[in-house]
Design a protein. Sequence first.
Length: 226
Amino acid sequence: MIFSFFKKTQHQTSNHEVPDITKEKVLPNWLKKLPNRLTFLRILCIPVVVYLMSLGEVAPESGHFGLIQPIKLSSTDIAAAFVFALAALTDFFDGWIARKFNVETVLGKLLDPLADKLLVVSAMVILVEKHRMDGLIAVIIIVRDLGINAIRLAAVDDGIQISSNIIGKTKTTFQDIGIIGLTVCGTVWIIPFHYIGQLFIILALAASLISGGQYLFDYARKLKKS
């Protein structure tokens, strides 16, 4: 009887152990709001990028898939490339922080892809206008992105979740590097940014088509199973 009493007491004590503080750790308020603030920062960068890029020179027209010709380096082009790179980094860090600390919000899920698309489309439109990017490539990439967004919305309506694949994420990296290179569109420290930019834009085009096909196949397969 005494043994059962001590056993019961020990069991009750174990049930009232000090809770794990790591499970109840309260995140600071600034960290919870940081992803959305980075998204807002990216949105604020858009008019700055557009204004700086609009001041750039027009490159010689090269035709579809022709080699982009370099132009004279300017401080506005370098500044535009720097601000675009900063905005692209916020696109990476806001998503990473939100997933890492589980602070994703509905507002963030809506604004993050919207800000990304506005930034990229705005930059591409000006690069095409300045003859620094092939218009056909820009149209294909933009239409592909709109199509993938439509597929994802349709998947949500069908109760299906389509996750980003590695090729799609690689496409975003190629695309950002390409835009930065074509924004500079000249040689800096013997580095031909215009050629590097064009190369990565073509790689982004290839990754866009491949990942787009994968998203479509994934959606069709999951839709058939459901």
